[in-house]
Design a protein around this ligand. Structure first.
Ligand SMILES: *Cc1c(COP(=O)(O)O)cnc(C)c1O
Length: 418
């Protein structure tokens, strides 16, 4: 970074501090990860200089012979990994990718069904504060509190028959279970709706065949971010059956966006190349093993998890029930011992979103560093001790030291000398 260092010391200092923060603590936010050195390099290449509105072979600017190479590679790799007929790799992130799908099929006021945010859905799944929630008529379904958070498909079927949605959307940002996509498909077929799965969080686990792939159940549209378990740069992808290829492509460009970020697409192509390797399958398996272990160790200590366990890379702790403190206090306490998590609403949370009843924890980033079950046991105990003894500053200092001592044994990829 000699150029930044010489030219802009303030920014340089912030970058160094962020590098230090990312290495000396343990990242447990389930939507975050560490990209490889190759992905970081690709993200910072000269493709950042290039305009390439349009698609490979049909651009609105000259000089696109090499952007075509990388975009074609990214699309082909996505199609192979997710076993789909078409992929669009241009969405600038997860939210615009979902917007592009809605805008492709819906008119203002049309009905969509998606999971309620407090039960695990994303803001873009129709939360009233999002523009999408205002533009379209979202009917939000929920999970069963008694049945470990299973989705109530009988209720979903009756809602679908009543409201006749044009799209039935499944997918989540804070739901620790896998889905039975065939139930969604059955309901969508019954009412003539398009099936859409937003696998933003679990994209890497699906690519590695460690979680169910919605295309295997006949889904029409699958969206994913590229920066969560898929371990690429920040971006989004829309994958679909061939019959929807044209309408999706037109919706992304020129419908919603202008020039794609070709440096990001370059890095997406590199990340997808990594995801095709056997090491990535091992990585995905280890994420799941670590998640199970962390959940078990927390529950063993009496910690209350929403849905009483996990099938994926994340879990949600009800900190009010477990420790008598809200998620904001828990997040701050864990920050002081360098364990990074995020506050999280629980199903039908009686508390407001800035003081919710829980925290969300995930294993993708720690697993990238090579942490395994043994480390998960330690992390569970550190978390438990910190939250249980919330006023014991001496204990917190001791735990922080233990965290900082363990971290250098697990270097973060792409950061020199850590
Ligand atoms: C993260 C996420 C998104 C949005 O991604 P951004 O890149 O933050 O816009 C969309 N859907 C789901 C389910 C997510 O988890």
């Amino acid at each position: 970074m000699s150029a930044i260092k010489g030219q802009d010391p303030q920014i340089y200092e912030a970058i160094l501090n962020e590098q230090k923060r990312q290495t000396e603590g343990i990242e447990l936010i389930p939507s975050e990860n560490y990209v490889s050195a190759a992905v970081l390099e690709a993200n910072g290449t000269v493709f950042t200089n290039k305009y390439s509105e349009g698609y490979p072979g049909k651009r609105y600017y000259g000089g696109n012979q090499y952007t075509d190479v990388i975009e074609n590679l990214a699309r082909d790799r996505a199609k192979e990994l997710f076993r789909c007929e078409h992929a669009n790799v241009q969405p600038l992130s997860g939210s615009p990718m979902n917007q592009a799908v809605y805008l492709a099929f819906l008119k203002p006021g049309d009905t969509v069904m998606g999971m309620d945010l407090s039960h695990g859905g994303h803001l873009t799944h129709g939360h009233p504060v999002s523009h999408m929630g205002k533009l379209f008529n979202f009917i939000r379904y929920k999970t069963h509190p008694e049945e470990n958070g299973r989705i109530d498909f009988d209720h979903l079927m009756s809602l679908a028959k009543e409201h006749k949605p044009k799209i039935i959307l499944c997918g989540y940002t804070s739901y620790p279970r896998d889905y039975d996509y065939s139930d969604f498909k059955k309901i969508a077929d019954e009412v003539g709706a398009i099936t859409m799965a937003d696998i933003a969080h679990i994209g890497g686990l699906v690519a590695a065949n460690q979680m169910r792939n919605p295309f295997d159940f006949g889904f029409d549209i699958v969206t994913t971010t590229t920066h969560k378990t898929l371990r690429g740069p920040r971006g989004g992808m829309i994958m679909c059956k061939k019959e929807f290829a044209e309408i999706i492509d037109k919706s992304v460009f020129p419908g919603l966006q202008g020039g794609p970020h070709m440096n990001t697409i370059c890095a997406i192509a590199v990340a997808l190349g990594e995801a095709q390797k056997p090491e990535f399958t091992e990585y995905a398996k280890q994420i799941l093993k670590n998640s199970k272990k962390l959940a078990e160790e927390l529950m063993k200590r009496g910690v209350k998890l929403v849905t009483n366990g996990t099938d994926n890379h994340m879990m949600v702790v009800n900190t009010i029930e477990s420790f008598g403190i809200d998620g904001t206090v828990a997040e701050k306490l864990l920050d002081t011992v360098h364990l990074t998590v995020n506050k999280q609403v629980v199903p039908d949370d009686p508390n407001p979103p800035l003081r919710p009843s829980g925290i969300r924890i995930g294993t993708p980033a720690a697993t990238t560093r090579g942490m395994q079950e043994e480390e998960m046991e330690k992390i569970a105990d550190w978390m438990y001790q910190t939250l249980k003894n919330k006023d014991d500053l001496e204990l917190h200092a001791k735990i922080k030291l233990e965290v900082n001592t363990m971290c250098p044994k697990f270097p973060v990829p792409g950061i020199a000398g850590n």
